[in-house]
Ligand binder design. Structure first.
Ligand code: CMP
Length: 156
């Protein structure tokens, strides 16, 4: 069992100042850039901010998926059997696959530097996709891009 260094923080309890900064940040994230402030606030109301030290496993291959993660700061590596499949930084997301197909986590996701994420529960994530076509489209575009990249690296 690995030590859990998560520092859960209810976004709802954040001071107004940091809520403002967070909303400005989310506006700059491609996945959320089409949303109005009111919509961003309602996402934040149910979201949790978590901080992980370098080396911490955020998502472990084979586990059941319970949350979707947006990287606010830092960087992660997507790994399978020790091989790095992808590196993701601020503004990128992960953890969507097992929420979409209800299969176990496809790979490990490990913080490669101190990393802060915004975590949404599976039902919040589903609600977000169902009520925002733009987010669903943006997610599909990123997934297609990732699929293309994986195919590319397999044929290299
Ligand atoms: P999930 O399977 O829920 O948990 C592991 C996550 O790693 C997965 O969702 C994706 O978000 C991410 N992931 C898996 N494979 C890749 C890849 N080839 N490129 C980028 N991200 C990936």
């Amino acid at each position: 069992m690995h030590l859990n260094h998560e520092l859960p923080q209810n976004i709802a309890s954040l001071a107004k100042e940091s809520e403002k900064a967070l909303i400005a940040k989310l506006h700059s994230v491609p996945l959320f850039s089409g949303l109005k402030e009111k919509q961003l606030k309602s996402i934040l109301a149910g979201a949790k901010q978590r901080a992980y030290p370098e080396g911490e496993v955020i998502v472990a291959e084979g586990e059941a998926g319970v949350a979707f993660y947006l990287i606010l700061d830092g960087a992660v590596e997507v790994k399978k059997k020790g091989k790095v499949l992808a590196k993701l930084g601020s503004g990128n997301f992960f953890g969507e696959m097992s929420l979409l197909d209800r299969n176990p986590r496809s790979s490990d996701v490990v913080a490669s530097k101190p990393t802060t994420v915004l975590a949404l529960s599976s039902w919040e994530f589903q609600g977000l996709l169902e009520s925002n076509n733009e987010i669903a489209m943006s997610l599909l575009k990123t997934l297609t891009h990732r699929l293309r990249e994986s195919g590319q690296s397999l044929s290299d």
